[in-house]
Design a protein around this ligand. Structure first.
Ligand SMILES: [Zn+2]
Length: 481
C-alpha cells in the first residue's frame, strides 16, 4: 500500500492523508482546512494554499477518485474541506462516529454561514478590487448546500467495532479523548496474503479531561501516524480545572467586584468550562456569580454533549444522575440573540462571560473585549492557542494599547492565560500513546500535526525510548508501506 501526506505535514493544521491499497482502493483520512496565519485571519482562504492542485482546482488529486473518507474528529482543521471535496466531484461516504457527525455538521454550517455573510458584504462593495476578490473567493468558499451534500453522505460508526470496507480493508475507531466523538483510526489492509495495519492517531486527548474519557490504547500496528502538537512541551498548569477556575473567580469577581471574560471555542472547550463551573457552584458552594454563555454555536454543541451522555466519562455520568443537568445551573444564562449579547454590557454586577472565538478574532467576544479593554476591573482569561496576529495573541503579548473595532484603546484590563483546558495531550501523553506499541514490532512512526521544532524534539524523545524509525514527512511525500 501507499501513503501520501497531503496535509498536517510539518504544520499544525490541514490534516489530510491518502492511503492507497494495491487493488486501487483509495482512502482519504481527514479532509481538514489549512489554517495558516493568513487563512485563519481571512476565514479559511484557500488561495494561500501552495499545494499542487487537481485540474478542478482545489485538491492535489482527483476528488472523484477517492473511494471513502474516514474522519477522526470534528475540528475544522480535520473536517473543514469536506464540502469542497464534494464540490469537486467526490460521491462517496464519510465514516465517523455519531457525535463527530453532529459536531462537524454544526461547525461546517457555521463556517458556511460565515462564508455567505462574507460574500454578501463583498457583493455590496462598489470597489473593483473587492469585486475581483469576491469572484475568486466564490470559487473557494463553500456554502450551506455543499455542507448538506457532505453531511447526507455520513455513515456513523460505533467505537471499537470492526467495520469492513470491501474484501481487503477493515477499520476500527478507538476513543481518543480530545473532543466528543474523536477517534484514533486503525486500518487493516489485507494484500499479497499478509495483513498490514496502520493507525492514524487523530488528535490525542489528555487524561482526566472534564467530561471526556481518557484516550484508549490501540492494538499493535505496523505503522503509526502520530500527531505531535505538544511534542516538545509539557502543560504548564498542573492544577485541576476546578482549582484553577476557583482561584481566578475568587480574585477577579469576589475579592474585587469585577468581570471575567473567557474567550472560548464553542465546541468542546465551552462545554468543559460550563461543566466545571456547574460543579464549583453545586458541589463546592461557590458564590453564585452570574455566568453568561454568549455563542449560538456553543448552545447547539452543548445539546450534542447532553445527547451523547453515554460516551462521557464516569464522573460526568454520575454527576448527571445526581443533578438535573451537566451544563445548566441556577446562575447561568445563555445569550441567544445579538441584542441580549449587547445588553450584557449594562449588567453591572460581577459576572463571567464565556464567548467565542477563542483567539478573540471575530465572533461576539470581540464586542465584550472592546467594551471592557479599558476597564481595570475586568480580567480576560485566555484558555486556548492564539495564532500569531490575532487579537488574543496581541493581548497575551502585553501591548499597552490595542486597536479594536477601529479604535486604539489603552489595555487596562488584566490578561491571564491557562492551559488546563487544552484538549491536546502533552509530550508525556504522546509518549504514553506510542509506548503501547512494541518498538520491535512497530515498523515506522510518522510524525504529523506539529511545528517542525516540536516534531524533531519528539523524534529524539522517541529515539531515547527505543523507537529509532521515526519519520517527519513533508507535504506531498509518498511512502510505500
Ligand atoms: Zn482537534
Amino acid at each position: 500500500m501507499k501513503l501520501t501526506f497531503w496535509g498536517a505535514a510539518r504544520q499544525v493544521t490541514g490534516s489530510m492523508f491518502l492511503l492507497e491499497t494495491e487493488d486501487q482502493y483509495r482512502i482519504l483520512i481527514d479532509c481538514g482546512a489549512d489554517m495558516d496565519k493568513k487563512a485563519a485571519l481571512n476565514g479559511n482562504s484557500p488561495e494561500d494554499d501552495e499545494s499542487p492542485k487537481s485540474a478542478a482546482g482545489f485538491f492535489p488529486f482527483e476528488a472523484s477518485s477517492i473511494n471513502v473518507v474516514l474522519l477522526t474528529h470534528a475540528h475544522i482543521d480535520h473536517s473543514g474541506n469536506l464540502p469542497n471535496l464534494y464540490r469537486e466531484g467526490y460521491e462517496g461516504q464519510i465514516l465517523c462516529t455519531d457525535p463527530t457527525y453532529s459536531l462537524t455538521n454544526l461547525l461546517l454550517q457555521d463556517a458556511a454561514s460565515l462564508n455567505h455573510r462574507r460574500l454578501n458584504e463583498m457583493g455590496k462593495s462598489k470597489k473593483q478590487k473587492v469585486r475581483k476578490k469576491m469572484a475568486s473567493l466564490q470559487k473557494d468558499l463553500f456554502l450551506e448546500k455543499q455542507v448538506r451534500e457532505s453531511m447526507d453522505n455520513v455513515v456513523p460508526i460505533q467505537y471499537n467495532r470492526k467495520f469492513r470496507l470491501g474484501d481487503s480493508v477493515d477499520v476500527t475507531f478507538v476513543p481518543a479523548g480530545h473532543l466528543l466523538g474523536a477517534a484514533h483510526i486503525v486500518i487493516n489492509v489485507y494484500e499479497n496474503g499478509e495483513k498490514k495495519s496502520i493507525c492514524f492517531s487523530g488528535d490525542i486527548g489528555r487524561k482526566n479531561y472534564p467530561l471526556l474519557g481518557d484516550p484508549e490504547p490501540i492494538p499493535q500496528v505496523d505503522y503509526l501516524i502520530c500527531e505531535s502538537t505538544y511534542g516538545n512541551r509539557l502543560h504548564l498548569n498542573t492544577e485541576t480545572p476546578e482549582a484553577m477556575l476557583a482561584d481566578v473567580i475568587q480574585r477577579t469577581c469576589i475579592d474585587i467586584p469585577g468581570r471575567l471574560i473567557i474567550p472560548s471555542f464553542s465546541v468542546g472547550r465551552t462545554q468543559a468550562l460550563l461543566y466545571t463551573l456547574n460543579r464549583l457552584y453545586t458541589e463546592q458552594g461557590f458564590p453564585p456569580i452570574k455566568v453568561f454563555s454568549d455563542s449560538p454555536l456553543a448552545l447547539e454543541s452543548t445539546k450534542v454533549y447532553q445527547k451523547n451522555l453515554r460516551l462521557l466519562n464516569k464522573e460526568a455520568k454520575d454527576y448527571q444522575e445526581e443533578n438535573a443537568s451537566l451544563f445548566d445551573f441556577v446562575n447561568f444564562e445563555y445569550l441567544e440573540s445579538s441584542k441580549a449579547s449587547r445588553e450584557v454590557s449594562n449588567y453591572n454586577q460581577p459576572c463571567i462571560i464565556i464567548s467565542s472565538s477563542g483567539m478573540v478574532q471575530g465572533g461576539r467576544v470581540e464586542q465584550h473585549v472592546a467594551a471592557n479593554i479599558s476597564n481595570p476591573y475586568c480580567t480576560i482569561l485566555i484558555i486556548g492557542y492564539c495564532a500569531e496576529g490575532t487579537l488574543g495573541w496581541r493581548l497575551l503579548n502585553g501591548q499597552p494599547t490595542i486597536s479594536i473595532k477601529d479604535k486604539e484603546e489603552p489595555v487596562l484590563a488584566k490578561v491571564e492565560r491557562t492551559d488546563v483546558f487544552s484538549g491536546h495531550g502533552d509530550r508525556d501523553d504522546l509518549v504514553r500513546f506510542v509506548k503501547h506499541q512494541s518498538p520491535e514490532k512497530l515498523k515506522k512512526v510518522f510524525l504529523v500535526h506539529g511545528e517542525f521544532t516540536s516534531m524533531s524534539a519528539f523524534q529524539q524523545t522517541l529515539a531515547d525510548e527505543g523507537y529509532s524509525n521515526v519519520e517527519i514527512p513533508t507535504k506531498g511525500q509518498t511512502y510505500e508501506l
